[in-house]
Design a binder for this molecule. Structure first.
Ligand SMILES: NC(=O)c1ccc[n+]([C@@H]2O[C@H](COP(=O)([O-])OP(=O)(O)OC[C@H]3O[C@@H](n4cnc5c(N)ncnc54)[C@H](OP(=O)(O)O)[C@@H]3O)[C@@H](O)[C@H]2O)c1
Length: 183
């Protein structure tokens, strides 16, 4: 990973997960931001030459860690949660209520990714739905790399809407577009 050379700054939440890791890789490859901070609950060891800063915070006491978030232009959230934990659509409603200048919500279908940890149910679903992706590539699955590229593209090529919701097909489309680095 080389040092970033773009403008602006961003933070990434959930960078140790499947989506966040790929997003970080994409940010380091495209380098649309001059400053990237990973904010997580544990220390991540990243190559020094990546230029990525790491902030460790207590997510139960976020109010005490406002400095870690301050001064960034864009925030990417790839935190892991489930519908049973968060309630269907509840997180989205909370995010919208913050009233960000702009907000993009991605609703991916089954993520196709290689995990370090073994999740049996996900492994089985990935194989079943991964096979269906040969015939219906945008219906039931999405490669995690496509999601990461779509996240970056949603910032570099804003839709103009204050709140934008991308369903699986739109994620596929946006994730395929050629990146346009910001100036
Ligand atoms: N997998 C799928 O097929 C699928 C499909 C659609 C939507 N989604 C959603 O997409 C999101 C990302 O999924 P993923 O598979 O990339 O997630 P993941 O691999 O499980 O990664 C989760 C990330 O969130 C962090 N995290 C989890 N709980 C946390 C907590 N209480 N406090 C602070 N950090 C916490 C983890 O940090 P640590 O490394 O410290 O644990 C990790 O960085 C999830 O919300 C998931 O529900 C997933």
């Amino acid at each position: 990973m080389a040092a970033p050379r773009g403008g602006g700054s961003c933070f990434v939440l959930g960078a140790s997960g499947a989506t966040g890791r790929e997003l970080l890789r994409e940010l380091c490859a495209q380098r649309p931001f001059s400053r990237v901070t990973v904010i997580g609950r544990r220390q991540l060891s990243l190559p020094e030459e990546s230029g990525v800063a790491v902030a460790v915070v207590d997510f139960e006491r976020l109010g005490e860690h406002a400095d870690a978030f301050r001064g960034h232009d864009v925030g990417f959230c790839c935190l892991g949660t489930t519908r049973s934990k968060a309630g269907a659509g509840e997180v989205e409603k909370l995010v919208e209520a913050v009233d960000f200048d702009r907000c993009t919500i991605l609703r991916p279908a089954m993520l196709l990714c290689a995990r370090q940890e073994f999740r049996p149910a996900e492994w089985i679903m990935q194989r079943l739905l991964g096979f269906s992706a040969r015939f219906f590539p945008t219906a039931y699955t999405v490669p995690v790399e496509t999601v990461a590229r779509a996240m970056v593209a949603s910032v570099l090529q804003p839709s103009g809407e204050k709140v934008e919701v991308l369903e699986n097909k739109a994620i596929h489309q946006l994730g395929k577009t050629v990146p346009q680095p910001c100036t």
